[in-house]
Design a protein around this ligand. Structure first.
Ligand code: GCO
Ligand code: MG
Length: 408
């Protein structure tokens, strides 16, 4: 089973996606996701210009060897562009191996460790009424765990809050905008720290103690501010507090940890096991937030999650709409197979994306399942993809009141 052709497909149904298509000399097709939100074309170029020529003629069964070859032969290590490109190749090779074995991918990873994958949905609102409606909508859709984000009095635009009715294509929030420059948003840490505990108090009073609630701080706090928020949220029993600091400084989490028992989830912007070395070894987090797409594929994520398992740290694989259905399916197969599954984010793609990517994963009664088709169970419709050419898009960024750029 040698690789005969490799092609990169960039398409923008509801948003931009970068997909790698590998075909083998015996006629199988494997898919990999290489989408890096707001920097899509850099990964497309990395693949087309530097990786595709190296793949032709390689034995598609040699997944570990191909991973090591791409990682080490580049000389320049890690980084989101490199690791997304390697992930796309890795996932496409796993798709091919599973197809050649005639099995769904999770069977090759050891088989199912559970019947379904608890998923959390996104709820948000500009005020309490809108937030409660949004939570009720997710509950009606079957979600049994909910991420809660709200507007903050005194801040104009806040991460994770969907656009006003009429300005949105979905019922959910999509952070990247199809514009030529990043949109500027504002931020005020003191206003945020005052407001968020009152929101969780109101949500607990309305929806009771059982419902697992999550919150994404989106990298905005210093360690001592994060420690305070974790402490203030303890009465509301969060499932996790996510990305409370920009965790490049892994040691910063020690301070947060000393002060709060609110569980911590980190890592959607990380791309290798080394980014987690201190966080995991010193047990500074509870959930690993990496995406298969951004962390070197199934091969690397499996090692990362096995390492985390030694410390009772669980998975919380990143599942926003900027992971394509191919990347989403890869995460679901891994989730089903590993022992230390925690929860899976499920932001739900729009109808146009679902026309381009034919999928077999299911969502029922709050649980996702990757399905039982051979391989990943996702096929890209190239004709449909061609109807949606790339459109430049950027994530927003933040400034404080005095004009200083802040983490977004
Ligand atoms: C999440 C994330 C996303 C990111 C997005 C950036 O928890 O789902 O924070 O919403 O902002 O993936 O590309
Ligand atoms: Mg996040």
């Amino acid at each position: 089973m040698n690789i005969a052709t490799a092609a990169v497909i960039v398409t923008s149904p509801d948003r931009n996606f970068v997909t790698l298509k590998l075909t083998t000399d015996d006629g199988l097709v494997g898919w990999g996701d290489a989408t890096l939100n707001g920097r899509e074309l850099s990964v497309a170029s990395y693949l087309t210009d530097h990786v595709v020529p190296l793949l032709i003629g390689r034995d598609a069964h040699r997944i570990e060897d191909t991973w090591q070859f791409l990682y080490r032969s580049a000389y320049w290590r890690r980084g989101p562009v490199t690791m997304a490109a390697i992930a796309a190749v890795d996932v496409a090779l796993w798709d091919l191996k599973a197809k050649s074995a005639g099995m769904p991918l999770y069977q090759l990873l050891g088989g199912a460790s559970r019947n379904g994958l608890m998923a959390y949905g996104h709820a948000s609102g500009r005020d309490q009424e809108e937030l409660f409606d949004s939570i009720r909508l997710r509950l009606d859709q079957g979600f049994r765990s909910i991420r809660v984000q709200t507007s903050i009095p005194g801040i104009d635009a806040v991460y994770g809050v969907r656009a006003p009715a009429g300005q949105e294509s979905e019922q959910h929030y999509e952070p990247a905008q199809r514009i030529a420059r990043p949109m500027e948003e504002d931020w005020d840490t003191r206003a945020y720290l005052r407001h968020i505990p009152t929101v969780f108090e109101a949500v607990r009073n309305e929806f009771g103690p059982e419902l697992p609630l999550l919150h994404d701080v989106h990298h905005r706090l210093t360690p001592i501010q994060a420690a305070r928020l974790g402490k203030d949220l303890e009465p509301y029993d969060l499932f996790w507090m996510e990305d409370c600091t920009p965790a490049e400084n892994q040691d910063a989490l020690r301070l947060v940890r000393q002060h709060t028992t609110t569980p911590l989830a980190i890592g959607e912007v990380f791309n290798t096991i080394w980014d987690y070395q201190t966080l995991i070894k010193d047990q500074l987090i509870d959930y690993v937030r990496s995406a298969v797409t951004h962390t070197g594929g199934i091969t690397a994520m499996r090692k990362l999650l096995d390492y985390a398992a030694q410390y009772q740290i669980k998975s919380g694989i990143h599942g926003p709409t900027d992971i394509s259905p191919v990347g989403m399916a890869a995460g679901l197969h891994l989730d089903l197979a590993i022992h230390n599954f925690g929860i899976q984010e499920y932001m739900q793609h729009g109808d146009v994306t679902n026309e381009v990517f034919r999928q077999s994963f299911t969502f029922e009664n709050g649980y996702l399942h990757p399905g039982n088709e051979v391989g990943l169970g996702v096929e890209l419709d190239e004709e449909a993809a061609a109807r949606h050419p790339y459109q430049p898009a950027y994530l927003p960024y933040n400034r404080l009141k005095d004009g200083t750029v802040h983490d977004w």
